[in-house]
Design a protein around this ligand. Structure first.
Ligand code: IPE
Ligand code: IPE
Ligand code: MG
Length: 255
């Protein structure tokens, strides 16, 4: 089926996170250099962002560059940064047209000045939008984020602003880069690998995982619908029994 009619709009995930993997292999398999794969990957970003906005998804987090990716060959890193600047510049009017608000999570101080500047501008230019929250994970890793949270919490304790006994899951979440967003209910990884690669480790504790062999440049709107349909067929139990989540609370497994 090719359209979004197969999706139950009453049971949408509030937050979808995607590990956009497979650009390099997609290109190499076709005899191109890896950068061409990243270039083609931008089209998939466009398609998926549009599909999520049309469905009425409130949060979409895209893992675009990890802190570990800085270790790639210099020309790939430089190429990716250039692609990033060009894409942000070009897409701001499209984001505004579709009422999409841009956010960035990650160790952005590591990004080249030019990228930081364009990002700041794009975030400010889309700040008034009220539709989809598009969260780009750039120079992001979960262990970096968790250690930062620990450092900041320790500083607050040292200053006497927090007592250790006050620290609970909800307070801890407030020290993560995703503070203002709900946890993802659905995590998609393209490219065929079945691993998390240091992405949102705290936040995906109960996310439904969806792995596809499709390389990211081959992933389109319809593939996002497939993932959402798959998600909607699952029973989310959160440690309870199947009976507990179906009896008395219809539809609750998706709330
Ligand atoms: C994902 O594609 C994009 C980034 C990590 C920047 P890859 O570049 O990892 O592609 P593969 O996994 O090598 O095919
Ligand atoms: C994960 O992909 C990071 C992004 C998609 C940005 P990688 O290609 O870096 O992950 P590994 O190396 O296969 O685990
Ligand atoms: Mg990869």
């Amino acid at each position: 089926m090719g359209d979004m009619e197969r999706i139950n709009l009453e049971q949408l995930p509030r937050h979808i996170a995607i590990i956009m993997d497979g650009n390099g292999r997609w290109a190499e398999e076709k005899g191109h250099d890896r950068l061409y794969g990243h270039f083609k990957g931008v089209e998939s970003v466009r398609a998926v962002v549009e599909a999520a906005a049309e469905l009425g998804i409130k949060h979409l987090t895209l893992y675009a560059f990890s802190t570990e990716n800085w270790e790639r060959p210099e020309e790939e890193v430089t190429g990716l940064m250039t692609l990033l600047v060009d894409t942000i510049k070009k897409e701001v009017p499209v984001l505004n047209k579709n009422n999409i608000k841009l956010h960035v999570i990650g160790d952005t101080n590591m990004l080249p000045d030019k990228v930081q500047k364009e990002l700041k501008k794009a975030i400010a230019d889309t700040a008034q939008n009220t539709g989809l929250n598009l969260i780009m994970a750039l120079s992001y890793s979960a262990r970096w984020e968790l250690v930062e949270a620990a450092k900041r919490l320790a500083t607050e304790v040292k200053k006497g602003k927090i007592i250790p006994e006050e620290i609970n899951q909800s307070l801890f979440s407030a020290y993560l880069t995703t503070e203002q967003f709900p946890d993802p209910e659905l995590l998609i990884r393209t490219g065929g690998e079945q691993r998390i690669s240091n992405f949102l480790l705290f936040q995906i504790a109960y996310a439904e995982l969806y792995f596809t062999q499709l390389r990211w440049p081959d992933f389109g709107k319809n593939d996002l619908y497939d993932a959402v349909v798959d998600y909607q067929a699952r029973q989310r139990r959160f440690g309870k029994t199947g009976k507990q989540v179906t009896h008395g609370a219809p539809g609750n497994q998706h709330s």
